[in-house]
Write a protein that binds this ligand. Structure first.
Ligand SMILES: Cc1ncc(C[n+]2csc(CCOP(=O)(O)OP(=O)(O)O)c2C)c(N)n1
Length: 344
């Protein structure tokens, strides 16, 4: 089985920068009250999703929890559609109905954005079951936080995933905290990866601040899954620089701890590696960064200008083909056709 062509590392650095600048701008717009509801930022964790996405094909499946802006951006959803979703606008990737925690882009095989901790792991099992049943060689990447590994749904799903030898990479983004609770206080294991052993799923620990390590380990695992479907578990050790959500001052950790991880920043690290190897100059880096900042600013303008979804369409897309099945008689014909088109 051939691995996909390695993705250009400067492009991957640009993607990490786009995510970082997007999140910084989202934070600012949240504080300006342009964004409602919850908002969880991914700053510090960029190498995890970009490394993983660099290791798979565009038609592989991706599903994640609520810290999901980066997963959509890494999959190729535009900054415009992502920002508009945060603003609750019709042009958003979930038509403004999902908000920060429910990004979705079926055309890029990004299946959410799920707010209930651990609840999407069974969905990943179903997606992987479907691809195995159809004898497709797709792999499902299921991202979740360290807080998910003690949920019942996680255990039930892992049992079935192992039993049916489903082609899933279970990616635990271990950023050391579930809200304000340290993993040491919530989990009886010395290391999270040992959870996989209980289900006879092979597991590995990966340095999530190192893009190359994430990409190479994931590429190896994905290649082996395509040859012979089976699950794998990776505990990717990372760190979120900001609080759990916008309202969290993160007073449960020390400045020294934060500083230690900032010094190991995944973007700075990849930049240094590429510069050392003569693949990147300071000028090129500045140019990439400028482009990322401009893209995100343009996305804010796009989101501001975009219309809100009309109130009468609030319940659209709640159930598959609900209008067609006559569940929601209040909907217009136009809306019904739209629903049918999007749910097919
Ligand atoms: C079933 C359930 N219980 C509690 C919550 C409240 N809650 C929201 S986020 C969160 C912490 C999850 O942390 P983790 O899985 O480590 O993800 P991270 O925030 O670190 O990305 C909790 C407990 C929830 N959303 N769902």
């Amino acid at each position: 089985m051939q691995r996909p062509e390695p993705r250009d590392e400067v492009e991957m650095l640009a993607l990490m920068l786009l995510i970082r600048r997007f999140e910084e701008r989202a934070s600012q717009q949240y504080q300006a009250q342009k964004i409602g509801g919850f908002c969880h930022l991914y700053i510090g964790q960029e190498a995890v999703v970009v490394g993983a996405i660099a290791a798979v094909r565009d038609d592989d499946y991706v599903i994640t929890a609520y810290r999901d802006h980066a997963h959509a951006l890494a999959r190729g959803t535009s900054a415009d559609a992502c920002m508009a979703e945060l603003f609750g606008k019709e042009t958003g990737c979930s038509r403004g109905l999902g908000g920060s925690m429910h990004f979705f882009d079926r055309s890029r095989h990004m299946y959410g954005g799920h707010a209930i901790v651990g609840a999407h792991v069974p969905l990943a099992a179903g997606m992987a079951f479907a691809s195995k049943y159809r004898t497709e060689d797709r792999v499902t990447l299921c991202f979740f936080g360290d807080g998910a590994i003690n949920q019942g749904s996680f255990h039930e799903a892992l049992n079935l995933i192992a039993l049916f030898k489903l082609p899933v990479v279970l990616i635990c983004e271990n950023n050391l905290f579930a809200m304000g609770t340290s993993v040491k206080r919530s989990t009886s294991l010395k290391q999270i990866v040992d959870r996989a052993e209980g289900y006879d799923i092979p597991g590995e620990i990966v340095d999530g601040m190192n893009f190359r390590e994430v990409r190479d380990k994931l590429a190896e695992i994905v290649c082996s899954i395509r040859k012979d479907p089976h699950p794998a578990f990776v505990e990717i050790r990372t760190y979120r620089y900001r609080g759990h959500s916008m309202s969290d001052p993160a007073s449960y950790r020390t400045k020294d701890e934060l500083e230690k991880y900032r010094l190991d920043d995944p973007i700075t690290r990849l930049r240094a590696q590429l510069t050392r190897e003569g693949k990147l100059t300071n000028e090129k880096f500045d140019q990439i960064d400028k482009h990322a900042k401009e893209t995100v600013l343009a996305a804010v303008k796009f989101a501001e200008k975009s219309p809100e979804l009309p109130l009468e369409r609030l319940y659209d897309y709640t159930y598959v083909n609900s209008v067609v099945a006559g569940v929601s008689p209040a909907k217009s014909k136009e809306s019904a056709a739209d629903t049918a088109a999007t749910t097919r």
